[in-house]
Design a protein around this ligand. Sequence first.
Ligand SMILES: Cc1cc2nc3c(=O)[nH]c(=O)nc-3n(C[C@H](O)[C@H](O)[C@H](O)COP(=O)(O)OP(=O)(O)OC[C@H]3O[C@@H](n4cnc5c(N)ncnc54)[C@H](O)[C@@H]3O)c2cc1C
Ligand code: SF4
Ligand code: SF4
Ligand code: SF4
Length: 375
Amino acid sequence: MVVAQQELLEYLWLGREEGYTALEHEVIFRDLCCGCGNCEAVCPEDVVRVDEFPRLIGECTDCGYCLMQCPRSFFNADEVEEKLFGEVVEDELGFVRKRIGVRSLDKGIAKAAQDGGFVTALLSYALEKGVIDGAVVGGVREDKPWYPEARLVTSPEELIPTAGTRYSNSPNLAVLKHVVELDLKRLAIVGVPCQIEAARKLQFYPIEELDLSGRIALTISIFCSSNFLYELMTELVQKSYGVKLEDVKKVDIKGKHFLVYTDEGKLEIPLKEAYRYRREPCKVCTDFTGRLADFAVGSVGSPPGYTSVLARSEAAVKLLDEMLAAGLFETVELKEEKGLEIARKLQLRKEKNAKKEIRRRIRPLLPPPYRNMKF
Ligand SMILES: Cc1cc2nc3c(=O)[nH]c(=O)nc-3n(C[C@H](O)[C@H](O)[C@H](O)COP(=O)(O)OP(=O)(O)OC[C@H]3O[C@@H](n4cnc5c(N)ncnc54)[C@H](O)[C@@H]3O)c2cc1C
Ligand code: SF4
Ligand code: SF4
Ligand code: SF4
């Protein structure tokens, strides 16, 4: 391994010296924590909780696991991509074997889903056929409207309440802490691209005692330009625009607007207002589609009501072909013009903005001649 061996030893030492404090200093206080939930999943003392961000709720015994399995401590995405797909392609969409736009023909799924319902239909099919025995997804807390909550589901019936998009952090990977006890052996992981990196961190830089790496069978990334603090809902939607969160049926981002749907109709909030609640760690994120996932899916690229599906791995193509043959979807071709070209632009914009933000963050650390240099 090119980077990992040296860095692995450094982080191993740091984690064992300082425990959770090292995770705070290396990741959380540096505004790098993407909220994936890995640190909660791997803590043997079960003293980490991740909601929007992690916090320590008990006594840390300095094992260092949280730092070692955090995707924001050390991680070589190119190396992982090469191991998964044999190469690191130049294409902005990453390595793709098959692409298609789909809409689920299941009425229940179509009603609950964000776009074409591919994610929910795929999980439902994979659970029914025994391809997976559990799925790591995001749901909503019962006592707090629109507040995400990680969920571990083991039957298709549990999926409908998890469908749809919440635009604040859902620490999906945290529920992996239950899978050994439940003896789940073939899991699907749904998440935004950083959460897929978290899943790959567990697989490609494993701590054997945790016994998690071999249990991840399928990864599904949902496209992501950015995520937001829950205040987006409480401060902007509820306080500033006077919409009760209990009345909100769906939220979405389309073009330059954050859309809030209620029985009264559709409220269009300028996206720049929503961006005031953007999560700081998202500003340094470079992956829009989820280059390391088996499937990458989003709304961009296909007509309204459809999910754009990029199948990257052989396993993903096999599953997709089976589902298409079973007649589960209406399909459309994914065109470049006014379709995938938008996803490419979003990828390039994300990379450019992240590089700018990284430069902005490190600039004050440099001595004045460099700090003031134009680049
Ligand atoms: C924060 C965020 C930003 C996004 N930005 C874009 C974008 O810029 N462009 C684009 O094309 N698509 C974006 N998407 C993806 C899009 O909203 C849909 O999730 C995707 O098109 C799949 O639709 P579907 O109908 O197939 O999914 P569904 O069948 O509705 O399933 C959605 C799945 O997403 C999971 N989920 C919901 N909210 C979250 C969350 N906050 N974190 C992790 N998992 C969650 C659910 O558990 C469910 O399994 C974003 C999604 C999120 C969560
Ligand atoms: S990125 Fe994930 S593992 Fe790292 S601190 Fe944040 S929630 Fe924990
Ligand atoms: S005990 Fe938990 S919080 Fe402490 S270092 Fe280990 S994993 Fe981290
Ligand atoms: S922008 Fe990046 S870090 Fe933020 S939620 Fe999306 S994938 Fe994760």
